[in-house]
Write a protein of this length. Structure first.
Length: 142
């Protein structure tokens, strides 16, 4: 029970020089050129900034319907819980890709990984339910 184990960025490769070259180039791109929003110090990596952008867009007249408005239109207001069938557990932000659509800004430069203590809390919470499906996510593309 030592320290945190991380999966290697590189997959195993054969001894073929061409495959090795491709792997080295891929590793370079993933670790040097392609970075998450956080690593690029992009303003949108900050959730407060995201909210500011949305608020300013609405104030400027952009048509961004409020969540409550969409719920009302769908006949779901007030929002009430129904049965819980799936527990999704995001185990980290380290990923071998940097996708524009990624909602957690994962990437090869991110190192956040769930601790054993947090995982135990998830398992303890799960044990108190009748949840049918556990969806493990994070740390790899979907």
């Amino acid at each position: 029970m030592g320290g945190r184990r991380q999966q290697p960025l590189l997959p195993p490769v054969c001894c073929c020089p061409g495959a090795l070259l491709i792997t080295v180039i891929t590793f370079y791109l993933l670790t040097t050129l392609i970075k998450s929003l956080q690593a690029r110090h992009a303003p949108l990596a900050d959730t407060d900034y995201q909210l500011t952008v949305l608020t300013e867009a609405q104030a400027a007249g952009a048509r961004l319907p409020a969540f409550g408005q969409k719920l009302r239109e769908a006949g779901l207001l007030p929002l009430r819980p129904t049965e819980l069938k799936t527990m999704q557990i995001n185990v980290g932000r380290m990923c071998n890709q940097v996708c524009k659509h990624c909602h957690v800004d994962a990437g090869p430069d991110r190192t956040e990984i769930m601790t054993r203590a947090t995982m135990q809390l998830c398992l303890d919470a799960l044990a108190q339910t009748d949840i049918e499906v556990v969806d493990l996510t994070g740390g790899r593309p979907r």
